[in-house]
Design a protein around this ligand. Structure first.
Ligand code: ADP
Length: 337
């Protein structure tokens, strides 16, 4: 299996017991979260456990998160412990199932990353390194995350990036667009949801109507491969190809511009909780992605990641919901593969 490395925050998601405005919510459930942590746990469930660089504080939540990572087989080698509290992401569930996050993160240990603390050997023998955009919103985690990207590149790893757009974390939209845009340009593989596109300054209505064109547009910003996740619509992926004019698949994969685009519908499931669906997709895709993949290999990656993400929506929580590899295989067999 591919050997990967994830860097980023592990925090507590506070889930309201009911949907609606927080002023009328009577209780919360605490769950392990943080998009990079979700990805690390997902990769560990599906494939070889990745290295995971994260910073935990010294409060009860940090102890809970530490044992959660242990339970999911994420190695503690790069898990730092420091003085301080754990960041909280308070979730609001609107009636239409849209979620929003409110972060209680200032001064917490959660974002206390110092690139100098990461061993130089961390990226040796790693095929890919994945980071997310939440840690880019503020210093010092921004500099640390950018240092990870740079060192991963130097080590010859595939650099993967998910903007994880949380508009409220950013000082202003222009800063978010600039910093996230630079990370997109520096990455080899980029995972984008509709929210991410909005923060990157991409027209989300156009993206909904013309996902292939949007994916190609993102390739022009620098990455080799882009995955657009489109919720219950499925996902689209675009990748550069050296083989211009390659017919690809179905005639809609190549326009001679040196890229192929594939789209796959979502799997029909009874979704009960879509929290972390994007992270499940990312984890699954990272375990299967090979640089230089052609249209049919890329389509298989998207199909597999759609299956993992669909299964993840059928259970609650972001971490506990990742299916086993056997479950994914059975699901794919049953759906007429
Ligand atoms: P995020 O969770 O980051 O907002 P999306 O909503 O785009 O990301 O979902 C990520 C992926 O999860 C989709 O590309 C799809 O494969 C899967 N997915 C999401 N919602 C559903 C659903 N209702 N049914 C089946 N699959 C889903």
């Amino acid at each position: 299996g591919a050997s990967g490395f994830v860097a980023g925050e592990t925090l507590i998601d506070l889930f309201p017991s009911a949907s609606g405005p927080l002023t009328s919510v009577s209780g919360f459930e605490h769950r392990p979260g943080g998009a990079p942590a979700n990805v690390a746990v997902g990769v560990a469930a599906l494939d070889d456990a990745p290295g995971f660089w994260t910073v935990l504080g010294d409060d009860a939540f940090a102890a809970f998160l530490s044992s959660t990572l242990d339970d999911h087989g994420v190695p503690g080698e790069f898990v730092e412990r420091t003085e301080g509290k754990t960041a909280l992401a308070v979730v609001t569930r609107e009636a239409d199932a849209e979620r929003s996050f409110s972060f209680y993160a200032e001064g917490t240990a959660t974002f206390d990353f110092d690139a100098a603390a990461l061993p130089v050997s961390a990226f040796e023998e790693r095929e890919w390194v994945h980071v997310g955009g939440v840690a880019l919103a503020d210093e010092a985690s921004r500099a640390a995350t950018l240092a990870v990207v740079e060192r991963a590149r130097d080590a010859g790893c595939v650099v993967s990036f998910d903007p994880n757009a949380r508009a409220e974390l950013w000082r202003d939209a222009a800063t978010a667009e600039r910093v996230l845009g630079e990370a997109v340009a520096a990455a080899d593989v980029v995972f984008c949801s509709a929210d991410d596109l909005a923060l990157l300054g991409v027209d989300t209505d156009a993206a909904r109507e013309r996902p292939a064109r949007t994916a190609r547009g993102l390739l022009e910003r620098g990455p080799e491969t882009v995955f657009l996740t489109r919720g219950s619509e499925g996902a689209t992926a675009a990748t550069r190809t050296a083989n211009e004019g390659n017919a690809g698949d179905g005639g809609r994969s190549s326009d001679g511009s040196g890229s192929v685009v594939v789209s796959e519908p979502a799997f029909a499931v009874d979704a009960v909780d879509t929290t972390g669906a994007g992270d499940a997709f990312t984890a699954a895709a990272l375990t299967r992605y090979e640089p230089g993949a052609g249209a049919s290999a890329l389509r298989e990656v998207v199909r597999y990641a759609n299956a993992v993400a669909a299964l993840a929506t059928t259970a609650t929580g972001a971490m506990g919901a990742i299916p086993t590899p056997e479950r994914v295989e059975r699901f794919l067999d049953d759906s007429g593969r």
